[in-house]
Ligand binder design. Structure first.
Ligand SMILES: N[C@@H](CCC(=O)N[C@@H](CS)C(=O)NCC(=O)O)C(=O)O
Length: 185
């Protein structure tokens, strides 16, 4: 989702191919044997198979809203915390069975650890309108899809938590033109 957001905002022209992760196409595995998505295949036979690298590449080509130029060390640290810590707990909170966890552990450990990170985001949003600063940018786009996933595990519980800025920021993302466009199949 974040790769699509960056490709969308860059305005570059590209073809999007949906793949089934349960039945990965041979060509996908040929391009990127690790078998994860997204994979960006460039005409000159270059392959970029990490979403953040796709974002950086797309915005390096064209960055009309200054997403990449506005990415600072704080933003990079937030993204690292998201990718290293938050995603780990999100996966276990969302799919306890896949990780051989009881539902209780998923909540008491993994939801709780995710909550700690989410409060740091809410705190940031109390001081500035976006994680990237005064306008939506790279850090917001890199993190919002994961917060959305977390919110969808128990929507009522999520909406009742004391993180008003985070809730407003997430609603803004989900009602944005960018989100609406990239979700269209
Ligand atoms: N670090 C990678 C992670 C990508 C990733 O885990 N993608 C998931 C889908 S969102 C995937 O392809 N999983 C492979 C599978 O389920 O077999 C990135 O951000 O590009």
């Amino acid at each position: 989702m974040r790769a699509r957001l960056a490709l969308w905002v860059s305005g570059l022209s590209y073809e999007q191919r949906e793949v089934s992760l349960k039945n990965k196409p041979a060509h996908l595995l040929e391009l990127s044997p690790k078998g994860t998505v997204p994979v960006l295949w460039l005409l000159e036979h270059t392959v970029i198979d990490e979403s953040l690298d796709i974002m950086r590449w797309a915005l390096g080509q064209s960055d009309p809203q200054g997403w990449l130029t506005g990415l600072d060390a704080k933003g990079q640290a937030r993204i690292a915390l998201n990718d290293d810590t938050f995603k780990f707990h999100l996966d276990r909170y969302k799919y306890p069975v896949r990780y051989d966890l009881t539902a209780e552990l998923a909540l008491s450990v993994h939801r709780e650890q995710g909550v700690i990170v989410l409060h740091t985001l809410d705190e940031c949003l109390r001081h500035q309108p976006y994680l990237s600063g005064q306008s939506w940018g790279f850090t917001d786009a890199a993190i919002a899809p994961f917060v959305r996933q977390f919110a969808h595990v128990e929507p009522e519980w999520f909406a009742s938590q004391p993180w008003p800025k985070l809730l407003a920021w997430l609603t803004m993302f989900k009602t944005s033109e960018a989100f609406e466009t990239i979700m269209r199949r």
